[in-house]
Design a binder for this molecule. Sequence first.
Ligand code: HEM
Length: 164
Amino acid sequence: MMPPAARGSDHWPVAMTYLLIKTLHLLFVIAWMATVFYLPRILVNLAESAGEPAVQARLQLMGRRLYMFGHNMFGLAFIFGVLLWQGWRVFPQALPNVVGSLHWIDAKLTLVAVLLAYFTVCGRLLKRAAAGGALPSSRALRWFNELPVLLLLGVIFLVLAKPF
Ligand code: HEM
C-alpha cells in the first residue's frame, strides 16, 4: 500500500485516487452481491407460488428487473476492479501495483467467475420459469441459495489476506 505521505498535489494525495476507485469498486460489488443473494429467493418464491398467476407475474417482473440491474452493477464493479488491478500500467504516477507477483488475484477471479456463472444460472432458471418450464424444488433452491455465501467468504479472505 502506498505511503500516506505520497502527495500528488497540495489538494489531492496520490493514495486518495486509489482509495476512491476502491470505494467505487466496493460500492458496485456490494450492489451486485445484493442481487446475487436476492435472485434465488425470488426463484424459491416462484417455486412455492405455482397456481397463483398474479403472484408469479409480480415475481417475474421483479426478477427480470433485478437481473438487469445486477448485470449493470457487475459491469461497473469489473471496470473499477480492473482499474485497481492493472491501472498502474496506464497511470503509473497515480495508481500502485497492488498485486505485483502474487497470485491471490487469480484465485479471487476464479471465485468471481463462479459467482458470475451462478448469477447467470439464476437468470436462466428465471427465463425457464417465464416460459412455463419447471423449476427445481424450493428445498433444492434454498440450498442453492447458500453457495454465494461460501464463495464471497473466499473472495473477501483472498483480497484482504493476499495469502499467496
Ligand atoms: C470482476 C473483477 C474484479 C477484479 C479485477 C478485482 C480486483 C480487485 C483489486 C485489484 C482490489 C484491490 C486490492 C487491494 O487494494 O489490496 C480489489 C479490492 C476488493 N475487491 Fe475486487 N475485483 C473484482 C471483483 C470483485 C468481486 C466480484 C468482489 C466480491 C464479490 C470483490 C471484492 C473486493 C473487496 C472486498 C476488495 C477490498 C479489499 C480491501 O479493502 O483491501 N472484487 N479488487
